[in-house]
Ligand binder design. Sequence first.
Ligand code: ZN
Length: 471
Amino acid sequence: MDRPRITIFDTTLRDGEQSPGCSMNVQEKLRLAQQLDRLGVDVIEAGFPIASDGDFAAVQSISASVRRPIIAGLARACTGDVDRAWQALQGAAHPRIHVFLATSDIHLIYKLRITREQCLEQAREAVRHAKSLCADVEFSPEDATRTDVEFLCQVVEAVIAAGATTVNIPDTVGYSMPEEYGQLIRTLREKVAGIDKVTISTHCHNDLGLAVANSLAGVQQGARQVECTINGIGERAGNAALEEIVMAMRLRPDRYAYQAGVASEHLFASSQMLAEITRVPVQPNKAITGRNAFAHEAGIHQDGMLKNPLTYEIMTPQSVGVPDSRLVLGKHSGRHALALRCEQLGHQFERRELDEVYRRFVVLADRIKKVQDSHLLELIQDVVKGNASNSDALSSESKKFPPAAVALPFPRSAVAAAGANANDSHPAQVSVGAGQAQAQPGPAPTNWFGGGVPTPIADHHGDQEDYLWGV
Ligand SMILES: [Zn+2]
């Protein structure tokens, strides 16, 4: 039972936010950080404090209010960055300074214009300085997978001697193959003095669709921290997807005998919240959290599902927090069912707010009979905004919600609708075929919340040098 513990380092708010169209304002980052806390991640990389005042404020505000996980702030390998990161982390219960410096020749020659010797010295000095401020220091040799292995070993050994407690090995450009990445981790473990005293971490990009496979290969060779993001968002093709890493380890302990502290039943809500905040929808066939991830269309699959869900499902939708759509929300639904569905969609309410959501819900349910998740999300947005009087709310809801059902963001019709003998002990759903009442693909989040979300602050990364966004 003593399976090695894997530290889940979530960088949705830092690397993830670098995705085109995914910038978030301070309030949105704080809300997502609170969800990541509920999800049970071990480390939240909250931002890059020197990059902008917005990033600084986000790290500061998350440090002050999210107390269980480690809060990391990113810094280039220079005094100003490290000091700024430390300043932002002042209020954190468990602060971490994350220092990075590129080590590949291509980055040293063309980007940084420094020699290997200068690089080694700069890394050592920056880590030493960070260590003088903070006990928990992580170092990332950016573009590690394209770095000369001997030199990489030298740098890693130097930063460990200078006080780094975690060494992260980024496949910054998403170029590595799983076997190759695993071999690199093994080489470091064999050659670097002091490496057994620190945590080795993976940070893999998905340019060839291998971020998750590479991360798992790293874990198999001794990495004990995985850097990842919700929905796999991140630079270019993104990072390793947190939900896929977690469920691979959970479902295949025969291959990956490790454990993570993540509460998988919060995965879906976290994914939905991110999509809602960034207004970047989750691709329908996204593993674990896409709306088709548990849908069964083909007749032979439906038949199997009805006889025994194990015929076509390797995990239950419930295990990752997908709402059981058979629980139809209508005007007879109670506050408890409503609160539960809100929570599954990523919203937790105080009593007073829930009262207001419930009041509006009853009015809406009376009119359109079946309240879909998309309706509910829009209604929630209105309450969160608190911008409408009762009568305004009624008339605006009347305009927004035509009686014909708009789609579920995660459309699945009930097993019961597709045939008899539904297995009630299993939440799996079978989407019914043509001619039946099949849910249609949902509108883009933009439409669900059109105008309802506070405008994000201006793109505060626009004027940054592009090499700020390393690792
Ligand atoms: Zn990255």
